[in-house]
Write a protein that binds this ligand. Sequence first.
Ligand code: FES
Length: 197
Amino acid sequence: MSDGVDLGRRRFLGAATGVTSAIGIGFVAVPFLSSWKPSARAQALGAPVEVDISKLDDGALMRVEWRGKPIWVLKRTPEMIERVEQADPMVRDPMSEEPQQPEYASGRLRSIRPEVLVVIGSCTHLGCSPSPRFDVGAEDLGGADWPGGFFCACHGSKFDLAGRVWRGVPAPLNLVVPPHKYVDDATILVGEDEGVA
Ligand code: FES
């Protein structure tokens, strides 16, 4: 496994918060999703999930679960945002015009706030879980043309730091942005998007 993968994984923070009505919502810095599950009742109801991003470092990724799906929250640095712009020629739907997501996820950065990307961490080909590969210029992913992003090892699909799918890979669509909104500066509610902050 390359150093790049390791670097990506070191930044791949796991975190969990409670559902909307839960008490004691907090950030749990555990490395893998499997270490946290919402209650069975919350899962059954598909309740919205509050995500506390107050401790999310610049350049770091955390994930939570909503309706049984992995939700990724990436805090992009200004440099990462620049690299999204640079990836425009390499991606299939640069302005995210496919009607696969909430309106606020269209455009290049696909996010309500430029620095915070929220996507469902499932490959749009056959549903494997891509890996974070933030190592710019990774030789196995295209060398100098690789701006950092996500790689699905199942069949070789690539996505940039906005979840935009590469041209010429099996995955047909960008990573899906789930409905979400900001409850306050440091809290995202995944599963509802009324009253976008
Ligand atoms: S499931 Fe990701 S490339 Fe096939």
